[in-house]
Design a protein around this ligand. Structure first.
Ligand code: 3EB
Length: 323
């Protein structure tokens, strides 16, 4: 029996890949979004790191990794875990791009052994510009398209796992996912209204993701924590105040981790092995970085990226992983 452990390491540009055979994915953050046709394990995301140092995540798994392309979907998998990605270059019609991307993703997964989605990342351009339907911004149009694809696939709005949706400066909709043979357990945050129950003021079709996904294996568990913002109930808090928003996000994360501890009767709440911090205004990077460090510890593994958050007033968003 192989161990299902997933190990995620941050790496710097010239650091060699140790254990290349067990590399499941390398996600490289920088100035462009593209895939590598020679090696579907490697993708680039157009979200520039705000500090010198590590600029990529490497996900290692155990056992043999098989990789390939199915149409435009690149993938790599071990016995336990599947990494897959797709890129829609033209997002002029954002709702259509999201609908088509999710329809293709669901069709791809249906034909495979790893059908249980654990975690989804969504990155696309001009997130807060007007959509083709001028009543919506492009994030709201994205949510509408995603929702329609779910309905077509007969998946419940609450049936999606943890996710992130962040705006880039480079064109295209990039979606990448992690899946396993069976689904994880969805976790919601008692401080926050479930995103799929947000009221209509945030858009005609609600965002479809859970606050976290827990995945148990014979030898332990992983927790994937969604992008978390300064939202309590369904309202954005602390408009214009970066330190207060950062503290609120960290409070949301504390509550989520404590909820996991209670629900699973764990002795301690899960620790986060890696956090990704998305900052709207690069000038805010130091204050955000210092607050996160002071709350999560000086040796917290962390990437701080320049990205756009889905409501204009939100300045910072944080996601995490316990592996
Ligand atoms: C929020 O809590 C902040 O639409 O997939 C975070 C994570 C957010 C995922 C998504 C959106 C998404 O509503 C935004």
């Amino acid at each position: 029996m192989s161990s299902p452990r997933l190990k995620v390491q941050l790496a710097s540009p010239r650091e060699a890949v140790g254990a290349a055979d067990s590399l499941l994915a390398e996600v490289h953050f920088g100035s462009e979004t593209r895939r590598d046709s020679d090696d579907p394990r490697r993708i680039r995301v157009g979200l520039p790191p705000l500090f010198l140092g590590p600029d990529r995540e490497r996900w290692f798994t155990s056992g043999q990794v098989t990789r390939g392309w199915e149409g435009d979907i690149g993938f790599a998998h071990s016995d336990d875990l599947l990494f897959a990605h797709l890129l829609i270059p033209d997002t002029t019609d954002m709702a259509a791009a999201a609908r088509s991307a999710y329809a293709r993703l669901f069709a791809f997964l249906r034909g495979r052994e790893h059908t249980g989605l654990l975690r989804i990342w969504n990155y696309f351009d001009r997130m807060l510009e007007a959509a083709i339907d001028p009543a919506l911004d492009r994030y709201q149009a994205f949510c509408a398209g995603r929702h329609e694809a779910l309905e077509a696939a007969r998946i419940e709005a609450s049936g999606l796992p943890a996710a992130t949706a962040i705006g880039t400066d480079v064109p295209g909709l990039l979606i990448y996912v992690l899946a396993a043979r069976g689904p994880g357990i969805q976790v919601e945050n008692p401080r926050q209204v479930s995103a799929y129950h947000y009221p209509r003021e945030y858009g005609p079709r609600s965002p479809t993701f859970s606050r976290a996904t827990l995945k148990f294996w014979p030898s332990g568990y992983q927790l994937f924590v969604s992008g978390t913002a300064s939202i309590v109930g369904h309202a954005s808090l602390h408009e214009g105040n970066v330190p207060a928003q950062t503290e609120e996000v960290l409070d949301n994360l504390d509550t989520l981790l404590e909820t996991v501890r209670e629900q699973m009767a764990l002795e301690h709440p899960p620790g986060l092995d890696l956090v990704k911090v998305y900052v709207r205004n690069p000038g805010d990077r130091d204050v955000v970085h210092q607050l996160v460090r002071s709350r999560l510890g000086a040796d917290q593994q962390m990437l701080v990226l320049h990205g756009e958050i889905c409501r204009r007033e939100l300045l910072v968003e944080i996601e995490g992983l316990h592996a």
